[in-house]
Design a binder for this molecule. Structure first.
Ligand code: PLP
Length: 403
């Protein structure tokens, strides 16, 4: 659903009044800011660095196919998804830009990838021959694949010592083309002079020596990419030929160590939150001091109080651990969440929100006019990261794409 910004009133729709507003101008602005940042005018390069927009996890909750469609128009060079299924959804939206399937494929999925023109990340040597066989069967030529190298995260990717095996297998694959080689950083947000703070450099060294080994063995590694959000913001030495922003595309710098460095990167690479999660007050009542609210009576009124029920619960993406901790913004005031978050509703203390009434809009995070209620602050308050919080906005919450 796309609406114009001119109409500032909340979206009109049938269903429970809980929704996410996705700001197209913030999303496109963030992509441009990232692209400009990794292509400083002072640096002379033959070709500008590319951007692979990470749209996995339903584009961190923003709507994978819709976000990819918007970012394709705005010039994203590649997209990154977790699985063939996510990639197919993006293709069905009409996106033609290359899509990298970061999780690779399960045996049997090769045909799906080939039919939808999805590029798998090869993270085990034996996947090459399986994909080659499928490409040969469908008579496809020059099919792109990318190689993921595990440089220290010990998650997915071939180990540097397996470069020889990979190059040998690749030489047998007449229908495949190695379009790119990449790795993923384990702790790029750690900027301290510690062992962890030096892990990124160690990963870079392993990456480039493996790439060199591939070249020596006659394999062209294709486009090289390494950097996630923290590395994009803080470590130009990781930018290579392309960068892979996730969190920053959606408006949030990751938490850095030390935390003070965040302000520096917010200044250098200013971003705007893309999603605002909102719901309406569906009930407002007064209760006497001493009365309890919600399951297990975990909140007890210390004074005569006005209690609002908001039509958003944990099945919508209001994290249950926000119970008795977080706040929603109503008429510009922070109204504390009281009691345990229920599946479909959450209760607020609106005693100090003058005139709070049924139908009022409550914002969990995002923007309201010129105010920003940052999701990273909400995430931090419950000990998680912004990406976890925003990608938890569930399917039953309608998304409105505002121009
Ligand atoms: C391989 C890969 N690259 C890039 C990203 C984007 O990470 P971030 O959200 O930190 O930018 C992810 C996300 O987990 C990823 O798995």
């Amino acid at each position: 659903m796309t609406r114009s910004r001119k109409n500032q009133s909340p979206p009109d729709f049938v269903g429970r009044p809980v929704w996410a507003e996705i700001s197209l101008s913030a999303l496109i602005g963030n992509l441009r800011a990232i692209r400009d940042y990794v292509n400083p005018a002072s640096e002379k390069r033959k070709a500008p660095r590319k951007v692979l927009s990470i749209v996995k996890g339903n584009a961190y909750g923003h709507g994978g196919p819709q976000v990819a469609k918007i970012l394709e128009k705005a010039g994203s060079d590649w997209f990154g998804v977790a699985s063939a299924g996510e990639g197919i959804e993006v293709r069905k939206a009409g996106v033609r830009t290359p899509i990298l399937v970061l999780g690779g494929f399960w045996p049997g999925e090769e045909k799906n990838l080939l039919q939808h023109n999805l590029t798998p990340a090869i993270h085990r040597c034996e996947q090459l021959l399986a994909f080659e066989a499928a490409a040969a069967k469908l008579r496809k030529k020059n099919v792109p694949v990318q190689l993921k190298i595990d440089t220290g995260m010990n998650r997915l990717g071939i180990m540097p010592k397996d470069a020889d095996c990979f190059a040998r297998q690749l030489a047998k694959c007449k229908h495949l083309n190695l379009a790119g080689t990449f790795t993923h950083l384990a702790s790029s947000e750690v900027l301290t002079e510690t062992e962890l703070g030096h892990q990124t450099q160690q990963q870079l060294d392993r990456f480039y020596s493996t790439v060199e080994r591939l070249r020596t063995l006659g394999a062209d590694p294709g486009i090289l990419h390494i950097a996630n959000s923290a590395a994009i913001a803080a470590r130009p030495e990781t930018w290579a030929d392309m960068v892979r922003p996730g969190a920053i595309l959606y408006g949030y710098h990751p938490g850095f160590d030390p935390p003070e460095r965040r302000t520096e990167f917010e200044k250098k690479l200013p971003l705007r939150p893309v999603m605002s999660l909102r719901a309406r007050l569906m009930s407002v009542r007064c209760i006497a001091a001493g009365e309890a609210v919600g399951y297990d009576a975990t909140w007890i009124a210390q004074r005569p109080s006005r209690i609002a029920v908001v039509s958003a619960g944990y099945a919508d993406g209001v994290h249950r651990s926000l119970g008795n901790r977080g706040a929603l913004y109503v008429r510009g005031h922070a109204a504390p969440i009281i009691g345990i978050v229920s599946m479909d509703v959450v209760m607020l203390d609106v005693t100090d929100v003058p005139d709070a009434a049924i139908g009022d809009v409550a914002t969990l995070y995002g923007t309201e006019g010129s105010h920003v209620y940052p999701a990273n602050v909400v995430a931090r308050s419950i000990g998680t990261v912004t990406s976890d919080l925003i990608s938890g906005v569930s399917q039953r919450v309608p998304r409105f794409y505002l121009s």
